[in-house]
Design a binder for this molecule. Sequence first.
Ligand SMILES: *Cc1c(COP(=O)(O)O)cnc(C)c1O
Length: 455
Amino acid sequence: MENRQILFRSTNLKAPAVSFEQALLKGIAPDGGLYMPEEIPRLSREEIREFSDAKYYEIAFEISRKFLKGEIPDEDLERIVIDAYDYEVPLEHIYDRKHVMRLDRGPTASFKDFAARMMGRLMQFFLNRNNGKLLILTATSGDTGSAIANAFYGLDNVDVVVLFPEKEVTARQRKQMTTLGKNVSILALDGKFDDCQALVKQAFGDSELDYLNLSSANSINIGRLVPQTMDYFYSFAELRSGDPKERVVYSVPSGNFGDLCGGLIAMNMGLPVKKFVVATNENDEYPKFVKSGFYEKLVPSRNCISSAMNVGHPSNIPRLVQLYGGNMDEHGAISTTPDLGRIREDMYAISISDAETEAMISSAYKEHGLLLEPHGSVGWAGLQSYLRSEGDDIDQLYISLETAHPAKFPEKIREILAFDPELPPSLQGLEEKEESYEHLPTNYRAFKDFLRSNY
Ligand SMILES: *Cc1c(COP(=O)(O)O)cnc(C)c1O
């Protein structure tokens, strides 16, 4: 049993189970569902206790090893995690036993770096072994594109093309993509994000481009889900009291629910979690679902200042539903209702308005010297709401996730706190770097010609 390989099955249940490698390289299952491990590996209390002295990459190694049993030699996996996690993960003490975990020290100062770097290196490993090649196409409204471009930058056997709407991204976001070069190509379009997305989708459906081995690196890929379990194990290991019965409360700012699903899987692996505070912005379809039991996606989604969480139908929700014994397809239709009682026991879901998000950026700084950007502020405000509702226990361990660096939102911070946040090293020197990107008209013919003549 211990060494049996874990297979991955689609949440739509109409596709064959596959290996991690196949799930990783395919992305989405052929029946339109999301891959989930057929069985979730368990860690013993002893194994979790041993994490207390471990470095981040060592925990990453132990965890990914459980999911990748038999698919990758230990030496290779170790090399991958050392290379992927070469930056700090600060745990900032705020008051009592409340902490903020800063997931913003990666190359694009966003928590998406964690999962994207691991996914890119795993893809490279499998492609190298099979002599395969992959061309990743990504449309971006800013942050995902730069995280993917940086995560895949310089890898062999994988090329990346990012399409972005020139008028909708900030200069800093653009420079995070256009100053790379090598295997990363950046295309600026005159249209909107949806136009970029439509071109990418059309390319995926175009059989004349089959020879390119197109793939996407979006957040539903299993290669992004597995790494999102690790920071939960890491933060608990660093901050636990030593009481063997201790359980931790996390607050997770959520949009597509990939980060939260990582946490839920960590809990199913044995991490002692008392509660997940699921904090959304004004896109409140999930908090409403937890309350009423009825799921209704929000169309169109609402535009909030925590822009990376403006999601009206989180693509990872079918995974969450499955973890609670239910079934939901990719469009949000539920055929088996999940166990709402257990969902309510494990999660406190709350929607935070833009006004509350801004007020919390101000009060967190004034009261605790805690500097938050809008996404982390939604998480921290969610935790405060939970404390008001369930009572504040000074002996309880609480960890709120900060998913981006405040310097990525200088206008907001300046408006509310009247100063400019200091740039982290990863964002320094961008101004002087040389940019290189192409402009394309927003039509499929031009895009296809670009792909055929360059790859
Ligand atoms: C993507 C993102 C989130 C939301 O994470 P999900 O996994 O989509 O729920 C939160 N904050 C930031 C800064 C992000 O980029």
